[in-house]
Design a protein around this ligand. Structure first.
Ligand SMILES: [Mg+2]
Length: 129
């Protein structure tokens, strides 16, 4: 079973997301990164094992937009599904993220309900096996 990579600069937010994943019944192992730069490292070493990346936008060092843009440009990791999980919920921001990474598979706006997150990742995990 592939893993879920949770990228957020707030450890509280990461814990909350992982708790929702568990309560939703997904048994995938989770990995964490505190910013885009760290996420690039984790993804680079584990991309074959990662089913989906849940990515915050506003983070230090490398933000989520820069991260998804970078991912889209590296053929080895470009196919890894990414779901943005962010307060940046305007149509303009969503369009900007989708332009940065055409493989963006979902967009969850904070604050979100457990069901919203579950619905965003369930179809991706079903395909990932
Ligand atoms: Mg943040």
């Amino acid at each position: 079973m592939k893993k879920i990579l949770v990228v957020d600069d707030s450890s509280v937010q990461r814990k909350m997301i992982i708790q929702i994943i568990r309560k939703a019944g997904f048994q995938n192992e989770t990995m964490e990164a505190g910013d885009g730069l760290e996420a690039i490292g984790v993804l680079g070493e584990n991309f074959q094992d990662i089913a989906v990346v849940l990515c915050d936008w506003n983070m230090p060092n490398m933000n989520g937009l820069e991260f998804v843009e970078g991912v889209a440009q590296v053929p080895a990791v470009a196919a890894v599904p990414v779901v943005m999980v962010t307060t940046e919920g305007t149509a303009e921001k969503i369009a900007q993220a989708k332009a940065a990474n055409p493989n963006l598979q979902g967009y969850v706006v904070k604050p979100f309900t457990p069901d919203q997150l579950k619905e965003a990742i369930a179809p991706i995990l079903a395909l990932a096996g």
